[in-house]
Design a binder for this molecule. Structure first.
Ligand code: 5AD
Ligand code: SF4
Length: 470
């Protein structure tokens, strides 16, 4: 849609569900629409185009998106000109059926069709459109993030203050692991790595636009470059090399990545934590279960012993590394004894934090057909036991930071102080007013630890030059 000055600009709003990958995809969609002259609106009810970027990894995530979609039916009745678009994993999974169940939906767009969004919206004529393709030879297009530039020129709103100096960069899409509970290989397709040059170029653009921290994203970053050639010459190129090359970009202050499958965690990658200065000592390493029987039924291809070995190795390269994990309780066939082993692994590793979920059947996955489904009540009890103990461990782990002086990156300047983040990804609240901007790094002394965040004071011997007390 080419817009001139006399026309009212169409507005859009995007609601994102689920993971960081979706957050990045939503940014891409926002940029695609902004380039076509749409303006972002914060009010879903008023927007001309409403996009729900959905997630179907767990039943709960999918239900959330579907109930919001249901609620939009009323809004569309009030304003029939509103265009409703469903993107992401639910769109990919449901396709045409979604339009049949929800006749107020105008466009269903698949995970490999993201970049076609603007063109597809133009052609909407009152009948539902479905653009779902899934190809093994799909290539993630080169994409120059104009977003930070547009923000600085005031052409695009960036509502979250943290967003413009911390950015996600997608390096791969899809997954070939086929864990039996997981819908990702079906909704995001086979694993495809982006070209190194595209990634480096994107990272350069971000850093030039003032981005200080980049998080590289993929379902299984450890296998970057293994399933398709990523260099022009077709040379071997690993994730560890990518980390080194991105870290070498001048001006970048912090580098993170997510997510890794423990089976593919190489010594070469672990070594990066002792070699790359800006690589943050934080690692998300999903264990899923502490029981070898369950791990095998999940098709995770590692044992609890191997997992613990990897954790020990990682800590030998970087003793201060903060580990987080994902856990599923109540996988089909999980016995009390299996679950106790998950509790044991929590005691042994003492994760800094974790995401824990009740198992839910996902359409098309192998475990959806497994017998011995665990009772919902039992799942809830296990989840609550796990989370209670994790909360205690969080507090114990966080207490170890009390008295330490840590560099923190400022995320937000609030009325009564600052919200900042440590390299280990802990949020720190500081109740002091200093002259500073989001993205600046200051040293703080931690004086209190809570379960989910820390409290600090600006360190009086601060090395950071650009601040002064008000
Ligand atoms: N049920 C419950 N949790 C799941 N996850 C993935 N699939 C399921 C499922 N069917 C969890 C895993 C994964 C995280 C992103 O979501 O723990 O690591
Ligand atoms: Fe899903 Fe397993 Fe792939 Fe992660 S590694 S996306 S859990 S199939």
């Amino acid at each position: 849609m080419a817009l001139n000055n006399t026309m009212k600009q169409s507005s859009f709003t995007i609601k994102t569900f689920g993971c960081q990958m979706n957050v990045r995809d939503s940014e891409i969609m926002a940029q695609l629409l902004a380039e076509k002259g749409y303006v972002e609106s914060m009010e879903m009810e008023d927007a001309d185009v409403v996009i729900l970027n959905t997630c179907s990894i767990r039943a709960k995530a999918e239900q959330k998106a579907m109930s919001m979609l249901g609620a939009l039916r009323k809004a569309k009745r009030r304003r029939p000109g509103m265009k409703i678009c469903v993107a992401g994993c639910v769109a990919q999974q449901e396709g045409q059926e979604l339009c049949q169940r929800m006749d107020h939906v105008d466009l269903v767009i698949g995970t490999q069709n993201l970049y076609e969004l603007a063109g597809l919206l133009e052609g909407i004529d009152g009948t539902s459109k479905v653009a779902i393709s899934m190809s093994d030879s799909y290539e993630i297009p080169a994409f120059i993030p104009a977003m930070p530039k547009l923000i600085s020129q005031g052409e695009l709103q960036d509502t979250s203050p943290a967003r413009s100096f911390r950015k996600f960069l997608t390096i791969m899409q899809g997954c070939n692991n086929y864990c039996t509970y997981c819908v990702v290989p079906y909704t995001r397709g086979r694993e495809i790595s982006r070209k190194v040059n595209d990634i480096i170029e994107e990272a350069h653009v971000l850093v030039e636009a003032g981005v200080q921290e980049i998080t590289l994203l993929g379902q299984n970053v450890n296998s970057y470059g293994r399933t398709n050639p990523v260099t022009a010459e077709g040379n071997e190129y690993s994730f560890a090399q990518l980390l080194r090359d991105v870290a070498a970009i001048e001006g970048l202050k912090r580098l993170r990545f997510t997510t890794s499958n423990p089976k593919d965690l190489s010594l070469d990658l672990m070594r990066c934590f002792s070699e790359i200065e800006i690589l943050c000592p934080q690692f998300h390493l999903p264990v899923q279960s502490g029981s070898n029987i369950v791990l095998s039924k999940m098709n995770r291809k590692y044992t609890r012993e191997l997992y613990l070995q990897k954790v020990a190795e990682l800590r030998s390269f970087r003793p201060d590394i903060a580990l987080s994990t994902d856990v599923i309780v109540g996988f089909p066939g999980e016995t009390d004894a299996d679950f106790e082993q998950t509790m044991e692994i929590l005691e042994e590793v003492r994760f800094h934090s974790s995401f824990s979920f009740k198992y839910s059947d996902r359409p098309g996955t192998r475990s959806a057909d497994f017998d011995e489904k665990v009772d919902e009540q039992v799942k809830s009890e296990r989840l609550s036991r796990f989370q209670k103990r994790q909360d205690q461990i969080c507090l114990e782990q966080n207490s170890l930071y009390v008295g330490k002086i840590l560099p923190v990156m400022i995320e937000k300047v609030t009325e009564d102080g600052l919200v900042a983040r440590t390299v280990t990804n802990h949020i720190v609240h500081v109740k002091e007013k200093i002259t500073c901007s989001p993205g600046d790094i200051v040293n703080v002394t931690i004086h209190h630890a809570g379960q989910h965040s820390l409290n600090g004071r600006i360190d009086s011997t601060n090395q950071y030059q650009g601040y002064s007390h008000d």
